[in-house]
Ligand binder design. Structure first.
Ligand code: C2E
Ligand code: CA
Ligand code: CA
Length: 648
């Protein structure tokens, strides 16, 4: 700071000194030469100080030592310029005019006044400067002259000296504080700059991490965690992009909907963990076949979707056949070897649609239709499939309001003991008439099951059957046998719901049979066996319907411990050919396991007689009665009683 203010101070000192010398130079007193010498001395000192200042400014000191040297040089320069002033007043005071004395004390005082600011950063230098400038001159004025005027000026000089020193002290304090503050500010600015850099660094690290995490999340949200294939949403965006590029390149594209055959049995038989291992192996085969990870996805459960670019329907079907044979190869796992297969549905872009959703939906429909015909084959979507699907949507929409619109009704089909001709029980069958069309339960029950409508419909059937049969044409002990979907039986709270309904309608449990289709054998058999036990605890009888058509084994009859088996109509139809031995075997086992056996779909007396020979006496079928409404049931029963009496 001393050097910062130095140039102004040197200039003022030099100019005022030279002006003073030249203005009051009296050539008559013979001191002109001395004055010139003084001017030269002052010029030399000022030149030295200017060079020193410039040197300092150019090479600002890097360490304390260099600072001290600079300080000493400044001190020397400053003190030298004071000493020239001292020499001047000592040499010239006796010859000075009153004006020069006044002018010089004013200039010296002014210079010291300036010094209180310019030199305030260093109190000693400032005080020494003020002292050297004012004290000698004031003393000379007071003591070396007897004039009152110089005495007065000298005294004023002393007073000024004291005032200036005290101002210098204050000014120094102020400057010191200002410097401290400045340093602090600089430090703060430094720190804030450092913090800013740190924050910027942390921010950029954070941004990198956020980007990484976002990518991971996007990957995760688009991937199926088990198979690492795309999930639905990940695949749909891939498929959309592929449709766009196929449209640009004027190319065809095939969407394959792959449903694994036989997976459920593995899952139910060996547990979910083993099922997962099988799925991973199947997914790996699909991934390899698909060439690229982007072309395949796990659609859900045991369903996969694949896209084949640039191939026509014939090629897609051929490729599907090879894919099916690859999936059908045995899967070696540490516990067991597993074997599954696949049924594939194919839809084509642009022939069938340009919407990714619709293409998948159509491929799904093609798979579904193919599965109903024959498993482990591929089928391309057709117009009739589209119509079937449209009808399904239409029926589903209509079915959801069928109860409210009172379109549902129940019919009853008696099961007759062919020896005693007694009505043993009546099967309750559901009828739906929608806008004049009688829709078969074989068509609408699977739709109700697929779209979750079976629960409300099933409850309606039970409630209505209870109400219609509380008092009816038959003896009050004749039971009703209600078909219940396995989906209903699986639903939580089903048993409680039945209990509540029985209580509400005051319907005795022993008057209710529940018919379960044989598909129960493909489900979680232990859970279902438990449900059956709970129903039996309420005195409800349980029948296994359509027996012999599905995956049942006679051994499972024991495990499920139901009450009745209903031998499927297809065996009765073939009773004269292969059906006979199956019915016989079922009858033997059932008898041993304490099951009642009912033959369904008996249409002829020959069939009834053959059944009788085997020992099956409970007969249901057109031979005795078609399913009938309550009104018709009454007249049928009257006729039946008459023929019975006549027979006797
Ligand atoms: P199902 O339980 O096997 O019912 C027997 C079916 O065979 C009935 O068809 C009945 O009309 C028919 N049938 C009975 N005797 C003969 C015969 O001698 N000859 C011929 N050709 N057919 C005979 P329906 O009523 O069309 O019912 C079809 C299926 O719909 C039923 O098969 C049952 O699985 C299902 N279903 C019917 N009502 C309900 C219901 O309320 N709930 C549930 N979950 N399913 C039902
Ligand atoms: Ca039935
Ligand atoms: Ca049946």
């Amino acid at each position: 700071m001393l050097y910062d203010n130095a140039l102004d101070g040197i200039a003022v000192t030099f100019v005022s000194f030279v002006a003073l010398q030249l203005w009051f130079n009296d050539y008559s007193n013979g001191l002109a030469f001395e004055r010139m010498l003084l001017i030269l001395s002052m010029a030399a000192i000022c030149a030295y100080r200017i060079m020193d200042t410039l040197h300092w400014r150019r090479n600002s000191p890097k360490n304390e030592n260099a600072s001290n040297i600079g300080f000493t040089r400044f001190f020397v320069g400053n003190t030298l310029s004071c000493s020239v002033w001292c020499v001047y007043v000592f040499m010239f005071l006796p010859s000075m005019s009153r004006d020069e004395i006044t002018a010089s004390i004013i200039i010296i005082s002014a210079l010291t006044g300036g010094a209180t600011t310019a030199l305030s950063s260093h109190l000693s230098i400032c005080a020494i400067y003020i002292f050297l400038m004012l004290f000698p001159y004031s003393s000379l004025l007071v003591f070396s002259s007897s004039q009152e005027f110089t005495y007065l000026l000298g005294t004023l000089g002393y007073i000024f000296l004291i005032v200036m020193i005290s101002i210098a002290v204050k000014s120094h304090r102020f400057t010191k504080n200002a410097i401290k503050l400045k340093c602090k500010n600089m430090q703060l600015a430094d720190e804030s700059e450092r913090s800013k850099l740190m924050i910027e660094q942390v921010n950029s690290d954070l941004e990198l991490k956020v980007n990484e995490r976002t990518k991971e999340l996007v990957d995760l949200s688009n991937k199926d965690p088990l198979t690492q294939l795309f999930n639905r949403s990940g695949f749909l965006s891939q498929l959309k992009a592929k449709i766009q590029s196929a449209s640009r390149d004027n190319q065809e594209l095939a969407v394959l909907f792959i449903d694994i055959d036989g997976f459920k049995a593995i899952n139910d038989g060996h547990g979910h963990e083993f099922g997962d291992l099988v799925l991973v192996q199947v997914a790996n085969r699909i991934r390899e076949f698909a060439d690229s990870q982007n072309n395949a996805c796990r659609w859900g459960g045991d369903e996969f979707v694949m896209v084949l670019e640039g191939c026509n329907a014939i090629e897609a079907k051929a490729m599907s056949a090879s894919l099916i044979s690859i999936i059908s190869e045995p899967i070696s796992l540490s516990k067991f070897d597993a074997r599954v297969s696949a049924t594939v549905g194919i839809s084509m872009y642009p022939e069938h649609s340009d919407s990714s959703d619709l293409l998948i939906n159509m491929a799904d429909t093609a798979m579904f239709c193919q599965k109903q015909n024959a498993r482990s084959k591929a089928a391309v979507f057709t117009q009739s499939m589209r119509e079937m699907k449209l009808r399904e949507y239409y029926l589903k929409a209509a079915l959801s309001s069928a109860i409210v619109n009172q379109e549902l009704a129940l019919v009853y089909q008696p099961v007759v003991n062919q020896i005693s001709q007694e009505v043993e029980f009546c099967e309750v069958l559901l009828r739906w008439t929608h806008q004049g069309e009688i829709v078969s339960p074989d068509e609408f029950i699977p739709i109700a099951e697929n779209y979750g409508l079976i629960h409300s419909i099933g409850e309606w059937v039970l409630t209505t059957a209870f109400r219609e049969t509380t008092s009816w044409v038959f003896d009050k002990d004749v039971a009703i046998s209600v078909n219940v979907s396995v989906l209903q039986l699986e639903a939580t709270g089903f048993v409680q719901k039945i209990r509540a309904l029985l209580e509400k309608e005051q319907f005795p449990g022993e008057k209710l049979h529940i018919e379960l289709t044989e598909s129960v054998f493909t489900k979680n058999v232990e859970y279902l066996a438990n449900q059956i036990r709970q129903l039996q605890a309420m005195k409800i009888s349980v029948s296994l319907d359509d027996f012999g058509t599905g995956f049942s084994s006679l051994a499972q009859l024991q495990f499920l411990a139901a009450d009745t088996v209903k031998i499927d109509k297809s065996f009765i139809d073939n009773i004269e050919s292969g059906g006979h031995s199956i019915i016989k075997a079922t009858q033997d086992i059932a008898k041993a396991l304490n099951y009642r056996v009912v033959a369904e779909g008996v249409e002829t007396t020959e069939q009834a007689e053959l059944l009788n020979k085997i020992g099956v006496s409970s007969i249901q079928g057109y031979l005795y009665a078609k399913p009938m409404s309550q009104d018709m049931l009454e007249s049928w029963y009257d006729r039946h009683k008459n023929t019975k009496d006549n027979d006797i």
